[in-house]
Design a binder for this molecule. Structure first.
Ligand code: CTP
Length: 474
């Protein structure tokens, strides 16, 4: 663990100390900044707690800081905020009430530093460093936060039932910190989460989403998602994912547990990419398996069309979880829809046209799609895995080859609809669409090369076949 004193190297700490002294109040650095410093994680958000009026202290700090600084006051939370370069400072008076961002109560009862620390979420977030002249730089740790950092434990400073009923989002925060830091959750804290899980229902979907995304972005997201599942929280806001869980056996034939398969795929992706939406694609790639599951004597378990059904489920899930309904959602829909295609290509003789179609359909996301495909191979049989990965290597080589020759990624038709209209003297009509589509198909099938000259010839030929007359010869 990094020495505490090193936490106070930035000039702000002296400035705040001076300001507090001038006002005759005690002040401490608390919360995430102290935790992250000790864990050697970067942090530029600092929370200051003073035993007195936090807003007055913020005004004084702004006065002492070089240059002009605006103090933003959040009356409802009793906090004041100053922004300086990359740094953010928050000032609050020590309170007896819960330290919840969600508190709708504007009045909070003033308290001592220890009252304030007691009503924070976890011991590791309730550490304070004094900025007062008599013990500047000293750690204030009444609830064993340092010991818990050492033992890598998430634990509430007081009875967890109180901590979580003050702000039920903290149940997700417990799991989020466990997942981000690789910590475990203390037994009593964990039991309380399991007991109170339905109270998450009163929390806004936006706050749940933010924690969920932080879990998904953690180094090994399966840790957090499995805890969400086992705590009974996940089913309350994302039941579709919970439905993936379980193994059914019929006539001695079982299928894999799609929940744990999904977590494995997600971890595989997380090792290779920090992209939230690629990680969401991993979470949702098999989401429709429970709905498409069927059994027959010949094939055993099947999940026909789960990629289509799954991609259709994305929007509803995004809407429910308040995820953005924009190009990120479209990207996830596309990856879910196409996730079987690269592997399918390894099973047949790979024709150029099949490869061209895949490049055409995936566009710029082809590399992400290939990465997802690789990560989707989770068999325990090493030989099988090697075999699939080798086949995927071949598909990748083939894709590079075809792409270099035909450049169908982000396909732009070499002849426009406008030009086809001119050639045949037509207004916008169904025929133009038919010719354009036939042209695209001919290029993808490899009947004609992807160049303008051949495309023009093809368009004319096709139009004539359809009984159209040239108005302008090319
Ligand atoms: N806090 C709390 N209960 C909450 C939210 C916050 O007790 N529901 C307290 C914790 O002491 C926390 C501090 O407020 O350390 C700051 O909260 P926040 O900025 O949300 O979290 P951090 O701990 O800084 O972590 P991160 O920046 O990763 O969200």
């Amino acid at each position: 663990m990094r020495p505490v004193k090193e936490a106070l190297q930035h000039p702000i700490f002296n400035t705040v100390s001076e300001a507090a002294e001038a006002l005759g109040v005690e002040v401490y650095v608390v919360g995430g900044y102290v935790r992250d410093h000790l864990l050697e994680r970067p942090c530029t958000d600092v929370d200051f707690v003073c035993v007195g009026d936090g807003l007055e202290l913020a005004e004084k700090v702004a006065e002492l800081l070089p240059g002009k600084h605006k103090v933003s006051v959040f009356k409802n939370f009793g906090t004041a905020h100053i922004h300086e370069g990359d740094w953010d400072y928050e000032f609050v008076g020590a309170r007896k009430e819960s330290y919840s961002r969600n508190s709708r109560k504007p009045d909070v009862e003033p308290g001592t530093l220890e009252d304030d620390q007691l009503r924070r979420d976890f011991t590791i977030n309730a550490l304070g460093i004094s900025l007062n002249a008599d013990n500047y730089g000293e750690l204030v740790d009444p609830f064993g936060g340092i010991a818990d950092l050492d033992k890598q434990i998430i634990r509430t400073p007081t009875d967890p039932d109180i901590t979580f009923s003050d702000d039920p989002l903290r149940m997700m925060r417990a799991i989020r910190f466990a997942s981000q830091l690789g910590f475990s959750i203390h037994d009593k804290t964990w039991d309380s989460i399991k007991r109170q899980n339905e109270r998450i229902d009163i929390i806004s979907k936006e706050r749940i989403r933010d924690e969920l995304n932080k879990i998904i972005l953690s180094p090994k997201p399966s840790l957090g998602l499995d805890l969400l599942f086992k705590s009974g929280l996940l089913v309350r806001f994302f039941p579709e994912m919970v439905e993936l869980h379980g193994v059914e056996v019929r006539k001695g034939v079982s299928h894999k547990d799609n929940f744990y398969h999904t977590l494995k795929v997600l971890d595989n992706v997380a090792e290779l990419s920090d992209d939230l939406w690629l990680r969401w694609s991993a979470i949702l790639h098999d989401i429709a398996k429970p709905r498409t599951k069927a059994f027959n004597d010949k094939d055993g378990w099947t999940f026909h069309a789960h990629e289509f059904v799954g991609s259709k489920m994305v929007k509803r899930i995004f809407r429910k979880l308040k995820l953005p309904l924009n190009e990120h959602m479209k990207y996830v829909e596309k990856l879910v829809l196409l996730h079987l295609r690269p592997i399918a290509l390894t099973k047949e003789v790979v024709t150029d046209s099949a490869v061209r179609r895949l490049i055409f359909d995936a566009g710029d996301d082809i590399d992400d799609l290939l990465l997802l495909s690789r990560c989707d191979i989770t068999s325990k049989n090493e030989r099988k895995v090697k075999h699939f990965l080798r086949n995927l290597d071949n598909v990748e080589r083939k894709i590079d080859d075809v792409e270099e020759r035909d450049r169908v990624r982000n396909f732009q038709p070499p002849v426009s609809g406008e030009e086809i209209m001119q050639i045949f003297g037509l207004k916008p009509s169904r025929e133009i669409g038919v010719i354009k589509n036939a042209l695209k198909e001919a290029i993808l099938e490899g009947e004609i090369p992807n160049n303008r000259e051949e495309a023009l010839k093809f368009a004319v030929r096709k139009g004539k076949e359809m009984g159209l007359k040239e108005a302008r010869t090319i």
